[in-house]
Design a binder for this molecule. Sequence first.
Ligand code: BGC
Length: 767
Amino acid sequence: MNQYLKHDEWSIIEEGFNPMNARASESIFSLGNGAMGQRANFEERYSGKSLQGSYVAGVYYPDKTRVGWWKNGYPEYFAKVINSTNWIGINVLVNGEHIDLAECKIDSFTRILNMKEGFLEREFIVEMPSGVKVKVNAKRFLSISSPELGVVRYSVTPLSAKAEISLQPYLDGNVINEDSNYNEKFWDEVEKGFLNNGGYLITQTKKLDYVVGHGMVCNVTLDGQSVIDITDKNQYEKYIGCNYNKIIEIDQTFTITKYVAVISSLNCEKSDIGKSIRDSLNVAISKGYNSLIKDHIEAWADIWVHSDITVEGDVAAQQGIRFNIFQLSQTYTGKDERLNIGPKGFTGEKYGGSTYWDTEAYCLPFYLGTHGQKVARQLLLYRYKHLEKAILNANKLGFKDGAALYPMVTMNGEECHNEWEITFEEIHRNGAIAFAIYNYVRYTGDSTYLTDFGLEVLIAISRFWSQRFTYSESKGKYVMLGVTGPNEYENNVNNNWYTSSIACWCLEYTEQVVKQVKQIEPEKYKKIIELVKFNEIDEIAKWQKVRTNVYLPYDEKYQVFLQQEGYMDKEQILVKDLEPSQRPINQKWSWDRILRSCFIKQADVLQGIYLFEDRFDVETIKRNFEFYESRTVHESSLSPCVHSILASKIGKIEQAYSLYLRTARLDLDDYNKEVHEGLHITSMAGTWMSIVEGFGGMRIQNDMLIFNPHIPKGWNSFSFKIWFRDNLIKVKVTHQEVTIANEQGPFLTVKVWDKPFNVNSSGIIKI
Ligand code: BGC
């Protein structure tokens, strides 16, 4: 762990500059607005260790698959989120010397991420090598209300002597990815030019020809008054910049406001990008900084009204949950159904910016609860639109008759992950995609989704499962061979309990949806079955035969569901007996040693128990929790939240609390020693779940919201809000009472501790 950030309810605060934390802070202080995002790189030059990252949503590069031994079925490429034009850059020179925090003497340094209002601010005082002291204030935001705009305001004040200050804003497309095959360059220049007090640069990606244009217009003032004109301009390949030079007296403040527009061919005809940049910049300039930031802050206020969670009495826990909600809300806004949520969002290169099962298994509940039905539906549509490619993908692997295998990792529906044990074997993702449909419908009551889109997806997924099980003569059961469960510290195992269980559930649920759609929309049903050539009688008979006779491993001695066949052959050591110096094992041990050990990377059996909780009594959940929690190292960010929810369920509230802190502050305190690579965006939704479903005990049963709350002993209260079928419900829990307020929406009945209560429109009940 690395705890260097100050605890605060609404802000992330770093005081003092330690270059050892520079990359971690670049991740933690990242900004985004759904359409673009960037790591918290400095505007001015920084020659210390840094990962430059500025990303445009949906723009990627198909990096050629690089493997030692090619296996048939491998995808041709690995998608990469590519670092694009650096648009925040401003070289700042004092008497000809660059301000560079790796070179200058730093007197003071504060960096603040204001999560309430969505901006990043730094203030520091440095002594230049020449001896002059200057104060800098730098503030920037990526507009949530106008997602093509970003604004930087940068001020320099000489403190010890007058100095010639040069502010040199630029757009630089000469950027690289840290992780790239064959040192490939991703961008070519299309066009660049100067604008009045600014310039523009249009670049195009290699291979897929995405075109992205960046334009800047600057406004430079002295003590907020006189406007200074460009002194100089410069340009070279993929670079355009301007200089503003002036002698500045002691205590005078030289300020530049850099307005930037980012337009990509995803949203604009390529030939219109230049014009679109100019139009956006004209609007930005005419509105001005104050009005733009006001709109932006108001848009954030709207987000917080629906999504805030409060924790009284524990600032670290409060800061953690707000940080998670903030990062999720700036990563995905649901405005464009072609986009999704990469595990690192806009904060790093790892995972290629692509979509994983994380979206359905973790993120969907968060967006359903906080951003509403429309946004959540976009996430489902994303997969619906990829159905054809999922069928092709399964076909490539030898499945037939419309069976679909969704990709483990994708940008556009094609598989783009190239480790066979994951690409071919981590097939449980199909289950999460089906479960998300079920979850969405039970939450929203929107069964039109099933008729319009869901049933087609479910049939294709069920066809896959029914073909993927094989019949074992020796067991007299259907078995699932050669899979990787959620626990990636085991590969190529037989009969992973989670995968087989979710597969059976899919077969059962699809059958139920077939009946439902047939009954409520017989005409539409006929069209769907014609379209997908569904032989209802034969196919359902096969599904029933399979799902009622699947081999699900069980351990009689411990009375637990067995993660996979053979798990008990491993030497059984508990995590508490592991030397702290050996952790995280994925950074200390060989892969071979990890595979042979009994240590579990992330919730696996417990993931299944979490999804299908209603099927198990509390004693069963308890036994499985105790067995697996003591063997789980939580080296996937997706793990502690599920364990925390189950710990709450079985009444182990203090254990739930420490697992909560692990998920909520995973990045802030760097539990897994990897925050320098970027944040764990998708698992942040799990943090939300561990409060709402864990401590809040929220469930949906028979169209009704149910709460069984518990409160950790160190908290005075906690509260959360959720959208539920046109109602905005606020739940507040203290040690004495539970308050439910219907802040918006019609009359609603909820259950608290198994008792029904009616909450009128704008009503409040205390229990
Ligand atoms: C986890 C996967 C997850 C991926 C992206 C891996 O470390 O094991 O379950 O999908 O990260 O978050």
